[in-house]
Write a protein that binds this ligand. Structure first.
Ligand code: SAH
Ligand code: SF4
Ligand code: F3S
Length: 442
């Protein structure tokens, strides 16, 4: 008997990456070892994403590949994560899947693997109001040992009309802050120098103490507690919601040098009509005010965003409003998407997906072209500045060069000069592309 080998593929957001680490930890305790070679695995897991149709299509393509593996040998295929939760038993219909496990079911994976047979597939898609995996130490998958994800909450209580996440991840719940701090201290003592606190909406983090209301903890307080672990531990977080990001969070960021000056603040659209239909619960004016507040407290704060092109009923004027907002803010970078209708969401039920495909694509391309210019302009403003970098790895293009990120999340490359991954160095920015700052050690 050899140890059973598990291979895992991860799709979707950072939270899914962290969930894969939680699964690996649970499986390790049950006697499984991780393999990075799919042909060698006894168990293949795909931790999946449902956010847009193309994300799911990609996974269907992978399931076909897994079917080929299954023809060759005895191997168990499990689909976990958001697509498992969304499609449930339907995933079994393709006859290539043995296990379907939703985001709150990972503690039951060892039992499901034990019980599964070709005639007895296993499905657990129960969502929980309590599960935060707070006692589980994720088995880190990052290669560099520098930056660790820590989930501080699960689920989402917002009802953005386009979004599938509340259906796949269930209700919002916050994790006990003591377990978060313990985990951050633990990774720091293992050499990590950066933690990224994760939640769909970190600003609504709230721990209600069972003992006394005095012990309740909100996100600003959590951020401060993690920042106090050590000045040598950098703190990042994602994602902030424009309707919830508080002045306290902004002031806490300004107060601690080791809280990185970067906020990912998804705007989605610059048109009030679209924001209303999207149920984002803020206006263009509110968003711009939040940006002004951030910049007055933290003048050099990096601000990045997400944008959706071609939401239901979007007019040319709505689209122009998005472009003008992007220009006004001057985002440092952005993730940009074409609207993809998700079954079961409010938008799918209420609003026709009526912007023609070619119009969506054209608008998205205009958004991308604008952002490329804004990113380049933002990077050009860095030239001549000195930035503190946490070294994350060796440059892919040149082995003699290292790369790392500045607090504002910009990637810098520079000649190694004998430095190592995990060290902090100061670099001066010499030139740039729209994606990278070319720098030298100072
Ligand atoms: N919780 C985060 C985002 C989670 S999803 C937040 O509220 O900002 C990441 C991004 O995917 C979203 O910000 C949005 O821009 C995009 N997205 C979500 N649903 C989408 C859909 N149906 N079609 C296209 N993009 C979508
Ligand atoms: Fe989706 Fe909105 Fe929740 Fe973000 S805040 S996960 S976009 S419902
Ligand atoms: Fe995707 Fe689920 Fe994350 S839908 S973006 S993996 S929460």
């Amino acid at each position: 008997m050899h140890d059973k080998k598990v291979y895992i593929e991860t799709y979707g957001c950072q939270m899914n990456v962290n969930d894969s680490e939680v699964m690996l930890s649970i499986l390790k305790d049950a006697g499984y070892v991780r393999t990075e070679d799919i042909t060698d695995a006894d168990v293949i897991l795909a931790n999946t994403c449902s956010i847009r149709d193309n994300a799911e299509q990609r996974i269907w393509g992978r399931i076909e590949q897994f079917r080929i593996q299954k023809k060759k040998r005895d191997v168990i295929v499990g689909i976990t994560g958001c697509m498992a939760e969304r499609l449930k038993e339907k995933l079994l219909d393709c006859h290539a899947v043995d296990i379907v496990a939703g985001p709150d079911s990972y503690r039951s994976l060892p039992d499901m693997l034990e019980a599964v047979t070709p005639d007895n597939p296993q499905v657990n898609v129960l969502l929980s109001h309590e599960e935060t995996y707070s006692d589980i130490t994720p088995l880190r998958m990052d290669k560099n040992g520098v930056s660790a994800y820590i989930s501080i909450m699960r689920g989402c209580n917002n009802v953005c009309s386009y979004c599938v996440v509340p259906y796949t991840r269930g209700a919002e719940r916050s994790r006990d802050p003591r377990t978060i701090i313990r985990e951050a201290e633990d990774v720091f003592s293992h050499g990590y120098r950066e933690v990224c606190l994760l939640g769909q909406n970190v600003d609504s983090y709230f721990w209600e103490s069972p003992d006394s209301a005095d012990d309740n903890v909100d996100f600003a307080q959590l951020l401060e507690a993690v920042a106090k672990i050590s000045p040598e531990l950098r703190v990042r977080f994602s994602t902030s919601h424009p309707k919830d990001i508080s002045d306290e969070v902004i002031y806490t960021m300004a107060m601690y040098d080791n809280i990185c000056n970067h906020i990912h603040l998804p705007v989605q659209s610059g048109s009030n009509a679209m924001l209303e239909k999207m149920r984002r619960k803020y206006t263009r004016e509110w968003y711009l005010e939040r940006v002004a507040k951030i910049r007055s407290a933290i003048p050099e704060c990096g601000i990045t965003t997400d944008v959706i092109a071609g939401f239901c009923g979007e007019t040319e004027q709505d689209h122009q409003d998005t472009l003008s907002l992007m220009e006004k803010v001057g985002f440092d970078s952005a993730f940009m998407f074409q609207y993809s209708e998700r079954p079961g969401t409010l938008a799918a039920r209420k609003y026709p997906d009526d912007v023609p495909e070619e119009v969506k694509t054209r608008r998205l391309n205009e958004i991308i072209a604008l952002q490329n210019r804004l990113s380049l302009e933002s990077n050009r403003r860095e030239i001549g500045k000195t930035r503190r970098i946490l070294i994350e790895g060796v440059s892919k293009k040149n082995e003699g060069e290292l790369f790392g990120r500045a607090g504002n999340n910009k990637v810098c490359v520079f000649p190694a000069g004998g430095h190592k991954i995990g060290e902090y160095v100061n670099v001066k920015v010499l030139s740039c592309t729209s994606a990278t700052l070319i720098s030298e050690l100072v």
